[in-house]
Structures are given as structure tokens and as C-alpha cells.
Design a binder for this molecule. Sequence first.
Ligand SMILES: NC(=O)c1ccc[n+]([C@@H]2O[C@H](COP(=O)([O-])OP(=O)(O)OC[C@H]3O[C@@H](n4cnc5c(N)ncnc54)[C@H](O)[C@@H]3O)[C@@H](O)[C@H]2O)c1
Length: 496
Amino acid sequence: MSKICVVGTGYVGLVTGTCLADLGNQVTCLDVVAAKIERLKTGELPIYEPGLQPMVTRNVDAKRLRFTTSYAEAMKGVEFIFIAVNTPTVQDGDGADMSYVESAARSIAEHLRNDAIIVNKSTMPVGSGDLVSAIVHEHLVDTTLKVSVVSNPEFLREGSAVQDFLQPDRVVLGSTDRAAADKVAQLYHSVRAPIVITDLYTAEMIKYASNAFLATKISFINEMARICDRLGADVTEVAAGMGYDKRIGRAFLYAGLGFGGSCFPKDVKALAHMAGEAGLHPQLLDAVMKINDDQRHIVIEKLEHEHGGPGSLKGKTFAVLGLAFKDNTDDMREAPSIHIIRWLIEAGATVRAFDPVATETARQALPSAGLTYCEDEYEAARGTHGVLVITEWKRFRDINFARLRDEMLPREEGRVLIDGRNLYDPIEMRRLGFRYHGIGHGVERRNGNGHSNGNSRSDERSNGKIAAHTKPAMTTRATRPAGKAKASSSSNGRGK
Ligand SMILES: NC(=O)c1ccc[n+]([C@@H]2O[C@H](COP(=O)([O-])OP(=O)(O)OC[C@H]3O[C@@H](n4cnc5c(N)ncnc54)[C@H](O)[C@@H]3O)[C@@H](O)[C@H]2O)c1
């Protein structure tokens, strides 16, 4: 059992602290936002994360987990100090804002009275381990203390953070002090994951390279979706066909509205910035970001296409289903919904929005004029010209579409359904009377050319196996009898 402090009690810090406590350690979670710590002391979580609440309660009750705003209290006898503060993009730039890390490092040094290991869990630019070490050694009150820095980047995904922390694909550790890295590895002893121990810079780079690769997969399939739309292919089936190739894999090949959240956008930008500073021209990273920015605008283009071109959205009302950047979280950072709602309002439309958990965080991120928050999907759809599904919440797969349709204005007025996450069967949606658009289905050209648009999917439908709310998968005729096709996995690549 070790004595641990986690500095920064946000999505990563709270999960890290709680899971380390659950593994048997004595953990103090520290934050500078007093209101957050007060809520936690009363047993209330400041974030939405499935499975976290009972775990926090269990460990608080067992006196393994506590919360504070006091560095002096948290540093008493501490062996490991995890830094899990935010590292957003700097204002008016692309690099990572290290001011929160710098401030945390200073406060740690000023209050530390014994030897300790600092574990950098925040995503920090390559070289930040040296920076943290320099700040700490400059501000230590007792300069005889031995303080080592270990990089231990985090790979958890919001929405499945607890499971990701406790069952990671790997644990990455980097340090100039191998003995310190080994001690941190011991904390993960019962986690049973491959542990990669490397140097400091390499560990920091592994995090950026991993996020950049996943973001690249998403932008790649979104570019394929645009091409599919024009050429008459269906990107969902293209991705399924590609994914059987083990060298490619299926994960993160879901066309949609691109990546958002607190990690991919800022980390790809920060990596490109680091490369630029080093005199390089990171063409691939630049393209990944550009494709992602463009992708969000697709829904506006599709809406305008249905309503008569540019300028046609003025005076119309649209429902936006899903505000958080992905399902199972209330995190609104870099959520596509922010851009889409702003564009709609700028175009003169009004918006009725619904999200199962992100309404409160959305209020802080979105303009209030022209936007009404609703209690459910059906209320949001009431009296609208179109419905846009922006986040892949599971409940949106189970919508009663006949009811949703009847809440909307009559078909002459629109009845447009924009499926920004390719959750629904296009043919079923059209049969129900929607003017349906997914991402990269290429249906218009195929229909125009006399293709049936059915091929493999019609086999599934004729057996009634694909409901309106399931994502169709390609039928593999050679190995699977007709009608036995499964809906494809909902594991997705929407960012972290
Ligand atoms: N959110 C994710 O899914 C995720 C996944 C992997 C890695 N990361 C990385 O982890 C880091 C934290 O991300 P997050 O999403 O948890 O951020 P967050 O904004 O949810 O939490 C950061 C917390 O740090 C606190 N803080 C800031 N300065 C502080 C200081 N000097 N002392 C004490 N507390 C301070 C803030 O008040 C906030 O509560 C970032 O570097 C991020 O890139 C995030």
C-alpha cells in the first residue's frame, strides 16, 4: 500500500485517484477548485462517468480516498504525486498550455517535506518531464530531498474510463531514473497489463503518437465517406470490408462528424506544433485536422441541400439530438454540436436540443439565444423542419421513429433526418417518411444509376433481422447464412 496524491481532480484525476484507492492505496485527490472538492466531500461527483460513483463511495467509506484543496495536507508523507491537471491548447495558438502543470509543480515543491516520485499523467509535450523536474528543484524548500519524475501518460476514454484504467492495453512509463519507473510499475502490479518502460521523451511521445494515429484513422474514413458519397459506394460497408483485414482492423473506422473531446483535437494540434517548432512540416497531421474541421460542416450542407440551398435555413427550426462530444459523458470540450449549433443559429435557424446527461455542461459552452433545451428526443423534434443526430448515445438507437416523425412538421416542410453517426438503416428511415441523410452512404448516385442500393443489406432486411435502429453490417455470404448478419459493434472512434 502506498501513499499517493493526485493533483487535479477532473476526468483523469478523479478516475486515477479512485482506481488507485480501489487497488488498496491511500489516496488524496487535490484540486484548486474548492466547489469541486466540496461536492466530492458530500459524495457528489462533479463529472458524469459510468461506474465511478459507487467506486468513489466505497473507497471514501473504507477511508482510502479523500479530497482536499490543501497542498500542505496532501503532501504530508506522500510517496507518489500524480499530476493530472488540464493541458489545453494555448489561447491564440496551437501548442499545449503548460501553465497549470507549472503551477502544480511549484505548489508541490513548496509543500513537499520528504523524498517522492512525481508521476506526469497529464498529456504533456515532449520534454515536459525535464521542465517539471526543473521547476520542482528550483522551488523545493529542502534542497536535499530526492524527487524523481516519471512520465505515465493516460489512455483512458471518457465513458469507459474506470474499465480502461483497470484493464489498460498497456501501461507506459518513462524516466531518467529507472528505479523510480520500477516503483511506479509496482503500483500497477495487479492491473495485469504489458508495462512499457522507456526514456522520458519516448514515453511522452508515445501518447501523442497514439492519439495522432487514432485521429488519422477517423479522418481517413471520413475522407473515404466523402468519396463514397460522390462515387455511389457505401462507406459503412467499405469500412466493414476493410476491417476484416487484420492489418487494418475495424476500430476507429466509423464515418461520422469527426473527432472531438478534450484530447484528440488538442493533442494533434500540439504534436503538429512541436514538429513545426522543430523545423518540420507535419503534412499528415495538418490534413487530419483540416478534414476533421470540414467534416462537421457536412450536416449544414446536407440540410441546405434539402431546403433549397444556401440561405434556406433562415426562420426554420431544427432538433439537435446529442450535445456531448461522444456518448456516456457530459464532456462538451470540442464537441461537434458546438460548431453545428452555432452555424445553425448564425444561419437564422432556431434549435431545440436534447442530451441525456450533458445539458448542464452544454449551457456553459453554447449560446443561449435561439436555443431551447428539451426533456427528450420527442419534445426536441416537436414542430421542427429537421432532426440532426450528433452523438451516438445508445438510447438514440432505440428511438420510436414513427412517434418522432409525427412530432415533426409535415413532409412538405422538411422532415429531414441527418444521421451524423450512421446509426440507422437509410432504407428503413426513408420508408418511414424521412428525408434521410447519413454520412457516406452514396445512395443518391447509386439510385440514380439504377443500382438497387440493396445488395447485401437487402438480404438482411428481407429476413427482418435489421431493425430500423441498428447499424447494418455487411453480409459475409461465404461464412454466414443469409439473415444471420449481426449489427456491427458500437465500439467507435469518436475521440476520447
Ligand atoms: N479526459 C480524457 O479523456 C483524457 C484521457 C487521457 C489523457 N488526458 C489528459 O489528462 C489531463 C487531464 O485531463 P482531464 O480531462 O482530466 O482535465 P479536467 O479539466 O477534467 O481536469 C483537470 C483538473 O485539474 C485542476 N487543476 C488545474 N490546475 C491545478 C493546480 N495547479 N492544482 C490542482 N488542480 C489543478 C482543474 O481544476 C481540474 O479540475 C490532460 O492533460 C489531458 O490531455 C485526458
